[in-house]
Every structure is written in structure tokens, then in C-alpha cells.
Design a protein around this ligand. Structure first.
Ligand code: SAH
Length: 217
């Protein structure tokens, strides 16, 4: 690393620590594993180069192809709601930048992530490989059908980063009993982040807070 790169890395580390205090702890994110992982994960690597200086802002940022990297607080709240212990196999829908994917890889055993847009799937895969994540599989595909290979099923948790009027039936089928899913439900401005738990083959639902995600296409 050059001196200016070292300076940059230090500046980002400061911004990251501040993000954890002001955006997460102050808003009652409590899971120590989530706080630790988000305090270590370099979010600046996941945003487009020209937006790098804004990586730790308290909002979502645009990616290519109409995708967005979610606001740090929303990423933290969704991840915390899954109550991951480290042993889980997680299905993610909407890889986007791969930031949420990397966080899940830090907090669970295995992550399977589906992204509709081939270029986003490719750049996220390359980045996570460069970062030496070995417990992540990213595929291009329509997340509404679930993971295409039955060998990976069932999942212990699911996180969807795009809004849908309701959770597709395939997700219910691919989760084990007792599994949790966090999904933005609704369309346009009328979305709620919903926590779903599979019990005896059906969803138990709890609405968490209003959100604004790009639609699941
Ligand atoms: N978690 C991501 C956010 C990505 S935004 C991040 O932190 O960067 C939502 C993503 O869902 C977009 O990349 C979009 O291309 C993708 N998407 C939309 N519809 C989809 C579908 N049917 N299947 C898989 N991915 C989809």
C-alpha cells in the first residue's frame, strides 16, 4: 500500500467506526456479531469508485443497472432480525454490490446468493473472491424461483433485498421448519420490512418498519 492509500484506509476506518456508533448503536442495533462485522467490513469497496467518499453516509447509494446498496442501518436491522449464530446456510435474493452477501458470509456458515443482472453477479463474485470469501456462491438467476440446485436445500434463513407483493411459494418450500426470512413486502412507497418464520409449513408474520427497496423483477 502507498502512503496515500494508507491514509485513505485510516480515514475509512474512522468513518466506519462512526457509522457503527451513530447509525447502528444509537438506533438500537444490539447483536454484537452484527456490530463487530459491520465495524470491520470495508463498505467503500462495494460502492462505485466515484461514490467511495460517500460509502458511510446514512442512506442508500446507487449501483449500476438501477440497483442500490442499502442504507447501513437497514442492512444491520435485516441481518439482526435473522438471529444468525454462525452455523446457518443462508439464501440471499438480490446480490447487488455483494456488501450484504459479505456480511452474511461473516455471520453464517454458507451463503447462496441470486442476482438477476449478470454483470452485478459477476462483479460481486469477483470482489468476494478477491476478499477470500470461500463460503459464498453467487449465481445469475431469478430469485423468485429459489436456488436452482436442490442439493443446497433446505436453508436456515433467507434475506431478500428487493420488494415483492408477497413471498414466493418457492421460498417457503426451500426453508426448513423454524427458519426466518426478512423481506420487503409491498410496492413503490408502501413497503414494510417483514420478518417471516416458517412454522408447520406456513409463514408467521411480523412487520418491522417501513422501507423503500427496488422491486423484485
Ligand atoms: N443487497 C444489495 C442490494 C441490491 S438492490 C447490496 O447491498 O448491494 C436489489 C438487487 O436485486 C438488484 O441488484 C437487482 O438487480 C436484484 N433483483 C431484482 N429482481 C431480482 C430477481 N427476481 N432475482 C434476483 N435478483 C433480483
Amino acid at each position: 500500500m502507498s502512503l496515500s492509500e494508507l491514509d485513505n484506509a485510516e480515514a475509512f476506518a474512522l468513518q466506519r467506526a462512526e457509522m457503527v456508533e451513530r447509525q447502528l448503536r444509537a438506533r438500537h442495533i444490539r447483536d454484537p456479531r452484527v456490530l463487530r462485522a459491520m465495524g470491520a467490513l470495508p463498505r467503500e469497496l462495494f460502492v462505485p469508485p466515484e461514490l467511495r467518499s460517500r460509502a458511510y453516509e446514512d442512506n442508500a447509494l446507487p449501483l449500476a443497472h438501477g440497483a442500490t446498496i442499502s442504507q447501513p442501518y437497514v442492512v444491520a436491522a435485516m441481518t439482526e432480525a435473522l438471529q444468525l449464530s454462525g452455523l446457518e446456510r443462508v439464501l440471499e435474493i438480490g446480490t447487488g454490490s455483494g456488501y450484504q452477501t459479505a456480511l452474511l458470509a461473516e455471520l453464517a456458515a454458507e451463503v447462496y446468493s441470486l442476482e438477476l443482472e449478470p454483470e452485478l453477479a459477476r462483479s460481486a463474485s469477483e470482489l468476494l473472491e478477491r476478499m477470500h470469501y470461500q463460503n459464498v456462491q453467487i449465481k445469475t438467476g431469478d430469485g423468485r424461483s429459489g436456488w436452482p440446485q436442490p442439493a443446497a436445500v433446505p436453508f436456515d434463513a433467507l434475506l431478500c433485498a428487493a420488494a415483492t407483493p408477497e413471498a414466493p411459494a418457492s421460498w417457503l418450500l426451500q426453508l426448513r421448519d423454524g427458519a426466518r426470512a426478512v423481506v420487503p413486502i409491498g410496492s413503490g412507497a408502501g413497503q414494510q420490512l417483514r420478518l417471516l418464520e416458517k412454522h408447520r409449513g406456513r409463514w408467521r408474520r411480523k412487520d418491522l418498519f417501513p422501507v423503500r427497496f427496488v422491486p423484485l423483477r
